[in-house]
Design a protein around this ligand. Structure first.
Ligand SMILES: [Zn+2]
Length: 217
């Protein structure tokens, strides 16, 4: 039995070995498994987020992004076996050896319920790969799919492209400048200007004294 390390976000660690991915892959092939500690439920709660998520389990890290949000979150890979094991239970499957879609039912969940997490059935897509496991979840919106291979088209096709995913667009590091129709006096030094550098928080930077202030206050 393997106990997960502390469930903390951490950066991709090349020193991390791939045993957790290999264990998760063995579970997908139908090998028996013992339940892990409660902390894995937290990661599962992310995978089964209310609006769904896209999860990419690699040898060294789990990457997850929540539907509707561009950020890709890194998580410790130790949770992978428990997440896969619970998801297979929810989907009513003893093994997943090919890309599979099915209904992940709350009533069939295996891990303990994470406090405050949603208790709703989801559609789950699981793709076993040689060096990764890809999981998508989406809320059930009416019709339920039949458990089976992921079709190439139709409502049960993959809901998002396979990873690796592009990182979210970075905010431009180039300073933004604003041109004002009338001069605005700096509240610090009183110097009027029609052009200000604008910071990401909306503050203006005075070209005379370099101090920042919130315009309109
Ligand atoms: Zn100033």
């Amino acid at each position: 039995m393997i106990y997960p390390r502390k469930m903390a976000e951490y950066d991709d660690d090349p020193q991390n070995d791939s045993r957790f991915l290999r264990l998760a892959q063995a579970i997908l092939r139908g090998e028996p498994y013992e339940e892990l500690e409660f902390g894995v439920s937290k990661m599962l709660n992310f995978v089964l987020a209310r609006d769904g998520s896209d999860t990419w389990i690699t040898p060294s890290i789990i990457r997850i992004r929540f539907v509707g949000r561009p950020t890709i979150h890194p998580y410790i890979v130790d949770a992978a076996p428990g997440v896969v094991w619970d998801l297979m239970g929810r989907m009513g499957l003893d093994r997943i050896v090919e890309p599979t879609v099915g209904v992940a039912r709350v009533a069939r969940g295996r891990l303990r319920h994470w406090p405050g997490s949603a208790r709703t059935d989801m559609i789950g897509w699981v793709i076993p790969e040689v060096d990764a496991i890809v999981i998508y979840t989406r809320p059930v919106t009416g019709e339920l799919c039949t458990t089976g291979p992921i079709p190439a088209e139709g409502p049960w096709m993959l809901p998002a492209p396979r990873p690796p995913w592009d990182p979210p667009p970075r905010k431009s590091s180039r300073p933004e400048h604003v041109a004002l129709p009338e001069p605005l006096a700096c509240p610090h030094c009183g110097a009027p200007s029609t052009t200000y550098r604008k910071l990401t928080d909306g503050f203006f930077v005075c070209p005379a004294c370099s101090r920042s202030f919130e315009p309109g206050r």
